[in-house]
Write a protein that binds this ligand. Structure first.
Ligand code: PLP
Length: 214
């Protein structure tokens, strides 16, 4: 039996306690997004700029839009005026562009650093080594129009929960090591297949798509 969007969201909210649910609405219709909105959900995430800006036009104004996909520098300008949180910042060049566009819009844009924690080759993100180097070099102080809120990571896509948990713990440890000094509040980890493990490992924000719309 297929569950309704409302039932799925209610169940997930119960499972994650105080953590924040961001609904990943990529590929989904406006009708489906409206069903999500009617459950009082206000945080939505998309992974493509064109789809994100199109849906923003068609949906109510009080939605907080998150960017979670690989972001090209030449597309930053389209989301800079309104984006709530860019979770997929994976290179310095992108930081520079976001800072520039944020300044133009007279705002400070919140971001997360995407960290590469999975064994898989194709996942984007900083290595923990590169992130450490960047933090210690004090390079971030030049970006006055960016607020780094924390980290985002994706675990290996496997049913082996031991691998997934090991990767989440690695990211959580790094987060804890720097959170006070860096003033980080947000650790974004967990998707449809692994959000329960992510919450157990200390996630503060989960990004769930398919489980809600199944
Ligand atoms: C698609 C996507 C999600 C959601 O994945 P589901 O398995 O559908 O819950 C979460 N995070 C990122 C970065 C994604 O691209």
């Amino acid at each position: 039996m297929s569950h309704s969007i409302r039932e799925n969201i209610t169940q997930i909210r119960q499972e994650i306690g105080n953590a924040e649910l961001v609904v990943v609405s990529k590929y989904r219709s406006i009708e489906e997004l409206n069903q999500v909105y009617e459950t009082n959900q206000r945080n939505f995430a998309e992974n493509r700029v064109q789809e994100l800006t199109k849906k923003k036009e068609l949906m109510p104004d009080d939605i907080h839009w998150h960017m979670i996909g690989n972001l090209q520098t030449n597309k930053v300008k389209f989301i800079a005026p309104f984006i709530h949180l860019i979770q997929s910042v994976d290179r310095i060049k992108l930081l520079k562009e976001i800072n520039k566009e944020a300044k133009k819009n007279n705002r400070v844009i919140p971001i997360l650093f995407q960290v590469h924690i999975a064994e898989e080759e194709h996942k984007f993100g900083f290595s923990l080594y590169d992130l450490t180097t960047m933090i210690e070099s004090n390079q971030l102080s030049e970006f006055n129009n960016i607020e780094v809120k924390g980290l985002m990571g994706m675990a290996t896509n496997t049913t082996d929960k031991k691998i997934v948990t090991t990767e989440f713990i690695k990211l959580k440890s790094f987060f804890d090591k720097w959170k006070n000094q860096m003033n980080w509040s947000t650790l974004s980890m967990g998707m449809s297949g692994d959000y329960i493990e992510a919450i157990e490992c200390g996630s503060t924000l989960i990004r769930v798509g398919s489980k809600i719309f199944q």
